[in-house]
Design a binder for this molecule. Structure first.
Ligand code: CDT
Length: 303
């Protein structure tokens, strides 16, 4: 067995006025609980350091950039890196990344994996950005990810860490089957997926009651159809008048939920994830080498 004791560290709401230092203290409290459970890996949500700022239209770029990190780890996050290293725990979390490439400022919705020695060993920039670009005042709240971020252009990838191959995706990515298949074809045995998902979907409010169902539906299907572990972690609860779903969970390669959060606040759920269990699926029903027919799937990669 290659067991990774994994903690899904759900965060409750983060107020717009809450400081990064305060959030990092909450993350450290969950880390200490994880240490008591013997965790190797703790997974935090998408945009874990601040409120989910794309819900507001802001014209002043400086106001937007306040929510972005210019370096990682920076002073506010350093205590998390230090504590995790001292406890010998690896972790992943999402944040808004501001960086300069070829003399141009870039904004990404990013997630990283940090190993037990405190080194960043993987970075992923969200590929499927949801939402819209312009202010749409008819909505109860905005979802301006397409305005504030550029989509990641690097393919899905994995890191060799925790004695396995670990990949990442972010929130809306989890709804797309291509995400899991790309990760699986690149060898991923576990996908770490943070999310901020409002209960209310302004474009189809008749689906509001299905948000929790769709959340688990796509992650369980992705896990089973690709024979991999999926760790889905929410920022949950009522955040500045916006209700976000919870139900953070750990899903086995069989598609079964083996651990799930039961609150909408800061909560840790833990499971002993044996990466060797991927073989139960990958050597059988979804043996890609024996049964996949990529030569027939030409529509999949047609642009
Ligand atoms: N953060 C994020 O990607 N949220 C989306 C919300 C629905 S689309 C407006 C999600 O897919 O959960």
């Amino acid at each position: 067995a290659r067991t990774v004791v994994t903690g899904a560290a759900q965060l409750g709401p983060i107020a717009r006025s809450e400081s990064r230092e305060s959030v990092v203290a909450r993350m450290i409290a969950l880390l200490e609980k994880a240490a008591a459970h013997g965790c190797d890996l703790v997974v935090y949500p998408e945009l874990a350091l601040t409120t989910f700022f794309p819900r507001w239209f802001m014209e002043d770029q400086a106001e937007v950039d306040f929510f972005f990190e210019r370096s990682m780890p920076n002073d506010a996050v350093a205590p998390l890196f230090a504590k995790a290293k001292a406890l010998g725990i690896g972790f992943s979390f999402g944040y808004a990344e501001l960086t300069e490439e070829h003399g141009r400022v870039r904004h990404y919705n990013t997630s990283i994996i940090v190993n037990k020695s405190g080194e960043i060993v993987h970075r992923y920039r969200k590929i499927h950005l949801p939402g819209h670009k312009e202010n749409e005042p008819w909505r109860a709240f905005q979802h301006l990810e397409k305005r504030y971020f550029e989509p990641g252009i690097e393919p899905f990838s994995t890191a060799d860490v925790f004695d396995g191959k670990i990949g990442q995706a972010i929130c809306n990515d989890r709804r797309w089957p291509e995400t899991y298949r790309e990760l699986a074809l690149r060898g991923a045995e576990m996908a770490l997926i943070g999310y901020n998902t409002p209960v209310h979907y302004p474009l189809a409010p008749e689906h509001d009651h299905l948000q929790c169902f769709h959340n688990h539906l796509c992650m369980q299907a992705g896990a089973y159809q690709n024979g991999m572990w999926v760790v889905g972690v929410a920022k949950a609860g009522k955040e500045e008048d916006c209700d976000l779903i919870g139900q953070s969970c750990i899903i086995a390669p069989t598609g079964e939920i083996v651990a799930m959060a039961s609150t909408l606040g800061d909560e840790l759920v833990v499971h002993d994830c044996d990466l060797d269990r991927c073989t139960e699926i990958r050597a059988n029903i979804f043996n890609f080498r024996l049964h996949r027919r990529p030569e027939i799937y030409t529509a999949l990669t047609a642009v």
